[in-house]
Design a protein. Structure first.
Length: 341
């Protein structure tokens, strides 16, 4: 075995290994995937789903996984109802696999679940359009286990504009958006700025009293794509204590759709060089209808990413920060500031 890979596997055994975003419940809901069973690893860059299941999370050394709650207008005309139905499936899945999975809502609950030998699962709502403009829905979704909210997904909504738009529909943050962020801060629900238009990104940062983060994205300096962050955005995010989870999808990271695992570390290195290693995290986007880099086929292959980090000269301490400690810090700060205005 490659010496770097052996060291990576050893680190994964004891480190908090946490990924911020996987859309695994798309496969569960629409393909009937049983995440309790090991599926075949994708061949090459295909398929677009089935990158994750409990056995492969275990094999990859994952201790915690953010799970996306998805309900785009391409899928439904009733996003709130659709999201609530998916939440029922999520809760049922957690109950059916209660010996290995635990739904967690706070960093303390995450640590407790990990101590019990379970994979700590936390839910991220991918798009605040699921609130349908109802401020009271924020607390309702939080009560059902939503720990973070991506303010936008593919389209603008009542709060903000999406990065998909060339010209923002919502300039900055709407009045409802400001009220929504206050409510999210009050509840200790994290604000995620992935998919958010640049103008709305800065407005949301200014409005939030707790650190924000980006669950899955990259550095625009290396790949000029609307889903990636400019250096100015990186500095603003880091200045408020946030982190960016580096996405694994090669097309967002490089113009080479068959790029290798090294391209993920390229983006990690750029963020670290620009704002410091304390602001880098993992944001795979597994199962998000994307393909993975060569050498990083699925969740079981995650130690290969850590091995590449070690090969590039990352210290073990820095690897541990990227693998999970950085995000846990952000989550803890947000939890401790709950209720502040």
């Amino acid at each position: 075995m490659d010496s770097f890979l052996a060291r990576a596997r050893a680190i994964h055994e004891s480190a908090l290994v946490l990924d911020l975003h996987a859309d695994t419940f798309l496969a569960v809901r629409y393909r009937g995937a049983d995440i309790g069973k090991r599926h075949r690893a994708p061949l090459g860059w295909a398929p677009f789903m089935l990158h994750c299941d409990i056995p492969r999370w275990r094999e990859g050394g994952l201790k915690a996984q953010g799970l996306g709650l998805v309900a785009t207008k391409l899928m439904t005309r009733s996003p709130r109802a659709h999201a609530l139905a998916t939440l029922e499936i999520m809760h049922r899945t957690f109950a059916d696999n209660g010996d290995t999975l635990a739904l967690v809502r706070t960093p303390d609950e995450m640590d407790q679940a990990i101590e019990q030998g379970k994979l700590a699962c936390f839910i991220g709502m991918e798009g605040a359009h699921m609130y349908e403009g109802d401020l009271s829905a924020i607390e309702s979704f939080a009560a059902k286990g939503v720990s973070y909210v991506t303010l936008a997904h593919f389209f603008p909504n009542e709060l903000v504009s999406s990065s998909n738009e060339r010209t923002p529909t919502v300039e900055g943050l709407s009045a409802f958006g400001k009220d929504a962020i206050k409510e999210l801060n009050r509840l200790g629900t994290l604000v995620d700025l992935a998919h958010v238009h640049e103008s709305s990104f800065f407005a949301a940062l200014d409005a939030s009293t707790a650190p924000c983060f980006v669950s899955h994205g990259g550095a625009r300096h290396l790949r000029d794509h609307h889903r990636n962050l400019t250096d100015e955005q990186l500095r603003a995010l880091a200045g408020r204590g946030g982190v960016v989870g580096i996405i694994f999808f090669p097309w967002y990271l490089s113009r080479n759709p068959f790029a290798s695992v090294s391209v993920v570390v390229d983006h990690m290195e750029h963020v670290a060089a620009t704002v410091g290693i304390d602001h880098v995290a993992l944001g795979s986007d597994w199962d998000g209808f994307v393909w993975m880099p060569r050498g990083l086929e699925d969740a079981a292959a995650l130690p290969k990413l850590t091995a590449e980090m070690l090969r590039r000269g990352f210290s073990e301490a820095d690897c541990r920060k990227v693998l999970g400690e950085n995000f846990r810090r952000v989550w803890r700060v947000a939890a401790n500031s709950q209720g502040s205005r």
